[in-house]
Design a protein around this ligand. Structure first.
Ligand code: DC
Length: 218
């Protein structure tokens, strides 16, 4: 049986940084499920499909072939054969991913892919519904969160470091709206699994969060 670590929580809580580090430490693969929803969003944006057009999203999602591969341990996302990893971390793609991930056809397709991966390999998987829906029997479940202001500041620092110009208040507004959508959607909403351990990272360093999760695994 493969070993499964599920890390869920809202945008900007530090899930990917922490999950990547835990995976490296344990020699497991890190599965960033948000990147799969982002690849689907990129596909829809390229087709100029509106985030409100559920029928066209359902239909188009059938033709999107999304695959994951690892190069030097780093996840690469392929969309219909093209490596699109470099295009996924923009606010435009993130907002479309938040909107299109409410679609049950999109979710069914990507959840299947995630479950296939986790059946074959030891994984640290992060997302919104991993502990509740994708891997309900995961060995360790963590719900990682932080205040919206704190998450906005982290996203701001991340974008600024990459040389992107951005506005802190606009980012916080975006984060609150995305939380609202992610927690209130009908299918697989963001919520803490009953058996998940809550970690609030607002006043913790990345190292402290990593250490807590490793302690849970031990
Ligand atoms: O974690 P992220 O910002 O890369 O995720 C982008 C969007 O994808 C997010 O708004 C919600 C959605 N998502 C999801 O619905 N389920 C997941 N397991 C992961 C992400």
């Amino acid at each position: 049986m493969s070993y499964q670590i599920a890390i869920d929580g809202p945008a900007g809580a530090g899930k990917s940084t922490v999950a990547r580090a835990v995976a490296k430490k344990l020699g497991y693969i890190y599965v960033d499920t948000g990147a799969m929803y982002r690849a689907m969003a990129l596909y829809l944006l390229r087709l100029h499909i509106s985030s409100a057009d559920a029928d066209r999203i359902s239909e188009a999602s059938r033709d999107a072939v999304i695959n994951i591969a690892y190069e030097n341990g780093v996840q690469q996302v392929f969309l219909n054969g093209e490596n699109v990893t470099a295009y996924l971390r923009t606010e435009e793609v993130g907002n479309m991913a938040s909107a299109s991930s409410v679609n049950p056809d999109v979710r069914r397709k990507l959840v299947e892919l995630q479950q296939d991966l986790a059946a074959r390999e030891n994984v640290v998987m992060d997302g919104r519904d991993i502990g509740t829906c994708v891997l309900p029997d995961a060995d360790v479940k963590v719900y990682l969160t932080a205040t919206p202001a704190c998450r906005a500041k982290r996203r701001y620092d991340e974008l600024t470091a990459k040389g992107e110009r951005c506005d802190l208040d606009a980012i916080e507004t975006d984060i609150r709206e995305r939380d609202e959508r992610d927690t209130n959607r009908e299918f697989s909403p963001l919520r803490q699994a009953d058996d998940a351990v809550l970690i609030d990272s607002s006043d913790l360093t990345i190292e402290q969060v990593i250490e807590r999760i490793l302690a849970l695994c031990r």
